[in-house]
Every structure is written in C-alpha cells, then in structure tokens.
Design a protein around this ligand. Structure first.
Ligand code: GTP
Ligand code: MG
Length: 202
C-alpha cells in the first residue's frame, strides 16, 4: 500500500472528542522518546507531519492523522517519562488508558521498543495490561540504525525469549529505522490487510 495522502486532523485529550469512530484506526505507543512520532513521519513519508523532539515528552495529546481519506494513524504521548510531575503523568496515563480501552475503531496498537534496550519492566507491564484487556497489539523495534544488523537480530531474539516466558504466542514484530527509512513496507502491508478485513466485516 502507498500512502498517497496524509493529513493532520486534530489533537485531543478526550477519546470521545476524536473523529467519528467509523473508520479503522492504528495507534503508536511506547516509552517517551522511543520514536513514535518519527515512525509516523516515516510511514507517511512526510518529514514533519508529527512533531518530534530530542527531549522526551514532546507528544502530549491524542493526535489523529487521516491517511488516503480512509483510515487513521494516531500518535500518542509516551509513558514512563520520569521528568513530568506525578499529577501530569497520571493525567496522561488516564488519557492513554481511556483511549486504548474504549476506542471502538482501534484495530491494532503498535507498541514501540528501542531495539538497543533489553526488555524493560515498564514495557512488559504495559503489554501485559493490553493482553489482559484484550487489546490487539504488535511490536515495532525502533532505532535499528544505532546497532549493527547482527546486534539487532540478537536483541529481537532476546526479546522474543523474554516474552515467551509469559505469552503463549509472541506478538508480531517489526524492525525499523526512521533515520534510514527502513521497515516501512511490512507495517503498511499489515495495516492494509486489517483495513480489508474491516471493510468485509462492516
Ligand atoms: P515523545 O512524543 O516525547 O513521547 O517521543 P516520541 O516517541 O514521539 O519520539 P520522537 O519521534 O520525537 O523521537 C525522539 C528522538 O529519537 C528524536 O531525536 C528522533 O530524531 C530520534 N529518533 C527517532 N527514531 C529514530 C531512529 O529510527 N533512529 C535514530 N537514530 N533516531 C531516531
Ligand atoms: Mg512523539
């Protein structure tokens, strides 16, 4: 699938004020600074569609982008950012949690993991929460350009091992580099397949 058109729609703190939930939607979530916004820019081939920053905590709202006038990509704030106040962090967590649990047209959530890190409790707990709530997700490793290819493969394998300790089936995984523009096609392919299923079951 090609992204022919990608338009910013709106930013919200309340999932109920997001666009009408009638078209398929895919959200990007992960620790602050993991590269969610950069990945959205890579997938849409638009350098500054989503705002990115070297400073964690850049994305603070639920941001909708309308793709090919038929589905949405959603950029979310990161979790686990220690430098915001407790009150602020709880507000974000509630906003993200309400969105993920209640957004009826959310087809799949992509959980982003920095490929340089070994499995972190905060990510494992977040994914366990998704599993308990029955929210479908897949994993996208980011920043692959920061490691050598064999190191990337080792990291992914180690992550699979770790997840298989608690998951019967390990989620689908992708490896990406927004810096080098790598890993776009398999993700867009997965979205296209989901979109077709959505069409058929409408
Ligand atoms: P928050 O909105 O703050 O939660 O962050 P985010 O997850 O949206 O991350 P963002 O896309 O803003 O990227 C954070 C930093 O990582 C920026 O400096 C990006 O340039 C950098 N970055 C993102 N993806 C990659 C990548 O694939 N490779 C490299 N080398 N840097 C990346
Ligand atoms: Mg962001």
């Amino acid at each position: 699938m090609k992204v022919q058109e990608a338009k910013y729609v709106m930013s919200n703190s309340d999932y109920q004020k997001c666009p009408d939930p009638i078209l398929p939607e895919y959200a990007f979530i992960g620790r602050s600074n993991v590269g969610k916004s950069s990945l959205i820019n890579m997938l849409t081939d638009k350098k500054s569609l989503a705002k990115t920053s070297q400073q964690p905590g850049k994305t603070q709202l639920i941001n909708h982008y309308f793709i090919n006038e038929s589905w949405y990509l959603v950029d979310l704030p990161g979790y686990g950012y220690a430098k915001v106040s407790k009150g602020e962090r709880e507000k974000w967590e509630k906003m993200i949690g309400d969105y993920l649990h209640n957004r009826e047209n959310l087809i799949c959530t992509f959980v982003l993991i920095d490929v340089r890190h070994s499995a972190l409790a905060v990510d494992l707990e977040f994914m366990a929460g998704l599993g308990e709530a029955g929210i479908p997700f897949q994993i996208i490793f980011t920043k692959a350009d920061k490691l050598k290819p064999n190191q990337v493969a080792n990291q992914v394998e180690a992550y699979k091992q770790k997840l298989s300790e608690s998951w019967e089936e390990v989620p689908v995984m992708y490896v990406t580099s927004a810096e080098k523009n790598e890993g776009r096609d398999p993700i867009l392919q997965a979205i296209e397949t989901y979109n077709q299923t959505f069409e058929r079951t409408k």
